[in-house]
Design a protein around this ligand. Structure first.
Ligand SMILES: [Zn+2]
Length: 281
């Protein structure tokens, strides 16, 4: 189907994978609810086309799990109401004067030919509806609970479908691949968010990136982040500087059960250190 990678979970739920990003779909009565919009507006426009032409469904709502560009820069292609946490929307607005200025966007485009094509007519499109911490929503008779858990970013939220035991987790969970936490993440809140998911009545987890998974992946992620947090804390009090700590932890505290990604592990060490030190070096 137009070369898009589509995974059918069941009659109601699908995942469309575009360049490593998962776009979630819930379909009911010729209507679609979309979870995240990817970072490539032209490719995301294909999602809309396929849902309309192949699934005979009109998109009624788009939900952004968090503000990162790989989840929101496709927003302009959906032409429907957009829901996100209030924090997510606020950060998006702030970014217009920091990381998403025309100059910064231009720099990214110059470095990447795919982005230069895809962001040609980029129009950063904000959520039109927000919730503070939690919102219950009725989508054509399907109960959805949107809930802000934070961790990966301050506004990170999940879409929980309690009657299906299913959640779209955004980047709180990565499926069978190394996770990544950037400077804007909070490792302690991330562990709390993962533990919250562990306590939920959920069998199917559709992450922001990677494969559809279940709570066993969440358990592995909790162990990883906890070991990285305790590793960093122990070495910080031993008076080592960040470079020395990184040198030690690159060989330790690895996520078990998934292929090693040293680049991401290094970034994660840096982000956890920054969080506890209050600065990065
Ligand atoms: Zn992401």
């Amino acid at each position: 189907m137009n070369n898009l990678d589509i995974e059918k979970i069941n009659d109601q739920f699908y995942v469309i994978r575009i360049k490593g990003c998962n776009i979630g779909v819930c379909i009911k009565n010729k209507s679609a609810l979309i979870i995240d919009s990817g970072f490539l507006p032209k490719k995301s426009a294909l999602v809309k086309k396929i849902l309309e032409e192949n699934f005979n469904s009109k998109i009624k709502l788009l939900f952004n799990t968090h503000y990162h560009s790989d989840h929101t820069f496709g927003n302009q292609s959906f032409e429907c109401p957009i829901l996100a946490s209030e924090t997510c929307k606020n950060i998006m607005k702030e970014n217009l004067t920091t990381f998403w200025t025309p100059l910064e966007i231009k720099k990214d485009m110059e470095e990447d030919t795919l982005l230069s094509e895809e962001w040609e007519n980029l129009k950063i499109t904000f959520p039109t509806m927000t919730f503070k911490n939690k919102k219950t929503y009725n989508f054509k008779g399907i109960r959805v609970i949107f809930q802000r858990l934070g961790g990966h970013t301050k506004g990170s939220s999940i879409a929980y479908f309690p009657d299906y035991g299913l959640i779209f987790s955004g980047d709180i969970v990565f499926g069978e691949i190394y996770p990544i936490l950037l400077y804007d993440g909070n490792p302690l809140k991330l562990v709390k968010a993962l533990q919250k998911i562990t306590g939920m009545d959920v069998d199917i987890i559709i992450p922001g990136h990677g494969t559809t998974c279940d709570k066993s992946m969440v358990g592995m992620l909790v162990e990883y982040w906890q070991s990285l947090i305790s590793g960093c804390k122990k070495l910080i009090v031993s008076d080592l500087n960040n470079e020395e700590i990184k040198g030690i932890l690159v060989n330790r505290c690895h996520l078990q059960g998934v292929p090693m990604n040293m680049r991401r592990h290094r970034i994660n060490i840096g982000s956890v250190l920054k969080f506890f030190r209050g600065f990065s070096t």
